[in-house]
Design a protein around this ligand. Structure first.
Ligand SMILES: Nc1nc2c(c(=O)[nH]1)N[C@H]1C(S)=C(S)[C@@H](COP(=O)(O)O)O[C@H]1N2
Ligand SMILES: [Mo]
Length: 425
């Protein structure tokens, strides 16, 4: 770094404490101007509007929303992607977020028949099929069962699906935004199944939603008894209607389409249900025309969220590169980052909780002199699995798939800081 701002910072702090606001502002540069001739900064020397008026009282914002200066932090959709907004998807603004928790209001939404608006008093969950005692639970019944809190990512199997044939969408929101990571509160499905008493020949469950799509999904019984939750809360409050209020299935580490929202029925059986969705979609078409089916687990993956096409580099010198990584097979052990298209890799700094089947946040604090960068991140999970390059993935899977693209993402940072979605080689 050419200009070391630390000394200026220290001086400035000392000066502020002795000389007060006006005097300090007249002579001290901001951090971005460090080293330039000091200019008076009216934002320090002048009294600002917000110093003059009496602000909103505590009765004005009973349910808080973000500052009006954060209006750009929103879910976005791609209108040409699907025929109608009711059977569609929008994307989490990953480049605007930090830490590991996705704020509820910007969790991407995927629904096949629009949002069901259900009064929790009218909601029922039925468990039947190959069980000793068919049961119907009200929301009150479910909230009287022992509950747990868990942070998990939900990734749609189609996340990055537009990128199979080549770089396509300009922004990590669109290439990787079909993911969210929240804390769920819910009851282990095993407890509900134990009450109903599974017959010994049960191999699969069918989970059905109460939305107009009446979406149903088949779930192997081993997973159901392992870590599946029936959740009623996310991030400490009731689920949002978009995400399945009042009740949804949480299937940790497995593809999003199994996480049935507005969950109303679980039927125990001895074979998978052949739903239209499962036979025509959610299979991975291979180069030889065969299809991979029941590829439920989401393999390790990562993406650099800043810089990225929607978040270009603005300053030379001190910069923070950041992103998220995840694995459906457990915890993320390491994230490697390259700034030069894969010639040199360094282990990124992971900060914040490292949890099972949850996003982790990584950082590389670096200096930028305005040279072109080819930046990539590569996740390694606790099983030792290494996130593959897109070409490695294509060698095995071809380019006919839509689902399960966990290849390494490349961003090209130009000399002016603008950043593009590209592929190397
Ligand atoms: N009832 C119902 N559940 C559903 C869906 C749906 O359309 N209806 N979409 C599924 C798909 S494909 C995904 S990726 C996730 C998306 O969850 P989210 O909307 O909370 O992001 O919900 C799943 N559960
Ligand atoms: Mo999905």
């Amino acid at each position: 770094m050419s200009n070391e701002p630390t000394a200026d910072l220290l001086n400035r702090r000392r000066f502020l404490s002795v000389a007060g606001l006006a005097g300090a502002g007249a002579v001290l540069p901001t951090i971005a101007q460090a080293g330039e001739a000091p200019k008076p900064d009216p934002l320090i020397t002048e009294v600002q509007d917000w110093n003059r008026y009496l602000g909103d009282g505590v009765d004005k914002r009973p349910y808080g929303v973000p500052s009006k200066y954060e209006k750009h932090v929103v879910r976005r959709d791609v209108s040409w992607l699907t025929a109608s907004p009711e059977s569609s998807v929008n994307f989490t603004p990953l480049h605007e977020l930090d830490g590991i928790i996705t704020p509820s209001g910007v969790c991407f939404e995927r629904h096949h028949g629009g949002i069901a608006e259900i009064n929790p008093a009218d909601h029922r969950l039925m468990i039947h099929g190959l069980v000793e005692k068919p049961l119907v639970f009200t929301m009150d019944d479910i909230k009287r069962m022992p509950r747990v809190n868990k942070v998990y990512f939900l990734e749609c199997a189609a996340n990055s699906g537009m990128e199979w044939r080549g770089a396509q969408l300009n922004g990590c929101q669109f290439t990787h935004g079909m993911i969210h990571n929240v804390m769920y509160t819910g009851v282990p499905l095993k407890l509900l199944l134990d009450e109903a008493g599974l017959k010994p020949n049960v191999k699969w469950l069918m989970l059905e939603g109460a939305d107009s799509a009446g979406m149903n999904r088949s779930l192997p019984i081993a997973k159901a008894l392992d870590d599946v939750l029936i959740a009623f809360a996310m991030n400490g409050e009731a689920l949002r209607p978009e995400n399945g209020y009042p009740l949804r299935a949480v299937i940790p580490g497995w593809q999003g389409n199994l996480w049935v929202k507005w969950l109303r029925r679980i039927e125990a059986g001895d074979q998978p249900w052949q739903t239209r969705e499962e036979t025509s979609k959610y299979t991975d078409l291979m180069p030889d025309g065969r299809a991979r089916k029941h590829t439920f687990v989401m393999d390790a993956k990562s993406v650099i969220t800043n810089p990225s096409p929607q978040a270009p580099l603005k300053f030379k010198g001190r910069n923070v590169l950041t992103g998220v990584a995840w694995s459906g097979r457990g915890t993320v052990k390491r994230v490697d980052v390259t700034l030069d298209g894969g010639r040199n890799w360094q282990a990124a700094r992971i900060d914040g909780p490292v949890l099972d089947k949850s996003l982790v946040r990584f950082y590389v604090d670096f200096d930028w002199n305005g040279e072109e960068l080819m930046i990539q991140s590569r996740a390694i999970d606790e099983t030792g699995y290494v996130q593959p390059s897109k070409d490695e993935l294509r060698k095995v899977r071809g380019v006919n798939s839509v689902y399960h693209n966990n290849g390494i993402q490349t961003w090209l940072v130009r000399g002016n800081g603008e950043t593009e979605n590209v592929e190397i080689g």
